[in-house]
Design a protein. Structure first.
Length: 317
């Protein structure tokens, strides 16, 4: 879990992120439920797989060009004990095979001047800051790693050029490279890992100009931040949710696997009932996680005989 200086939150009435921006641009109400009313949400398996994949890739990219961990000076360990503790055996094997293949083929590579999981804080307007972390910030632009069950969800180059999250990252790139000409180009790249039935690696990349990035920031981010700030200052209660504007698009409720609050908006359950249901589930899950984490590969090896362990090791190579 990323750690942030608490002073950021003390100095700003509202702290947002690129992901929050995406949700707000689709639906004020979804953002309000999540970030103002702090509605709990049921963790999704796809999120666990994506987080695991990111962590493995991060360990590879943080290593120096010789593959050594900068903290220990030893070869970077991509799969330490417990690396797969949040996912099942099948998904762990898929992620391991795909990451290894991505490294071998240069799909993910150690770029010059790279900064990995680079955190940033941007003053959007008085009282509002944006925080975030960029998977790869390098001399030529920014990159993000994505896992998906189906590449039909992958963005096209045209969609990538207007993607809110990547343009926020590009804005941070511009801030760190003072004096760039308005027509200077910044590369945005998404590295897609198809980890569903069809296992595919797919890069999507596009160049945008500094002018493109600044136009997006001034015409989209700043007004959105103003709207979020105004919503928070209204201090509405859970039961007043209908006063908050709903989705801007007909299909917005289905974004990213579906809005978790759709049941409330469709009057299938009250906010109070939703809270009780999800909090009960989350509490139970946390109790299970108090046990010492052991990944699925570790559990299997613990149960195997030495001979079986050797056979398994050969099979994985």
């Amino acid at each position: 879990m990323r750690k942030w200086d608490q002073k950021i939150f003390e100095d700003h009435g509202l702290v947002i992120s690129p992901s929050q921006l995406v949700n707000q641009l689709a639906c004020d109400r979804r953002w309000w439920f999540q970030r103002v009313r702090r509605m709990p949400e049921v963790p999704r398996g796809s999120q666990a797989a994506g987080t695991t994949l990111h962590s493995v890739g991060e360990r590879f990219l943080r290593a120096d060009d010789r593959g050594l961990d900068p903290e220990t000076g030893q070869p970077a360990e991509l799969y330490p004990k417990g690396w797969d503790s949040e996912i099942d055996f099948a998904k762990a094997r898929v992620i391991r095979e795909m990451v290894d293949f991505a490294i071998e083929t240069g799909f993910i590579r150690r770029l010059p001047g790279r900064k990995i999981e680079e955190q940033f804080v941007i003053e959007v307007l008085d009282g509002v800051a944006m925080i975030g972390a960029i998977d790869v910030l390098w001399d030529g632009g920014v990159e993000d790693h994505k896992s998906t069950s189906d590449l039909k969800w992958a963005l096209t180059e045209k969609q990538l050029a207007s993607d809110p999250k990547m343009l926020c990252y590009a804005h941070e790139y511009v801030l760190r490279h003072e004096g760039l000409a308005s027509d200077a180009r910044i590369t945005l790249r998404l590295n897609y890992f198809g980890i569903g039935k069809k296992r595919v690696l797919k890069p999507v990349a596009v160049d945008v100009t500094v002018a493109d990035v600044e136009k997006f920031w001034n015409e989209t981010v700043v007004p959105a931040a103003q709207a979020m700030q105004a919503l928070k200052e209204q201090t509405l209660l859970d039961e007043e949710w209908r006063k908050v504007p709903g989705p801007r698009r007909v299909d917005a409720c289905g974004d990213y696997g579906g809005c978790p609050f759709a049941g409330i908006c469709s009057f299938a359950e009250t906010p109070e009932k939703y809270r009780r249901r999800v909090e009960k589930f989350v509490t139970k899950k946390r109790e299970q996680e108090k046990q010492e984490p052991m990944g699925v590969f570790d559990k299997i090896r613990k149960q195997e005989t030495p001979a079986a362990q050797s056979a398994t090791a050969v099979a994985e190579i």
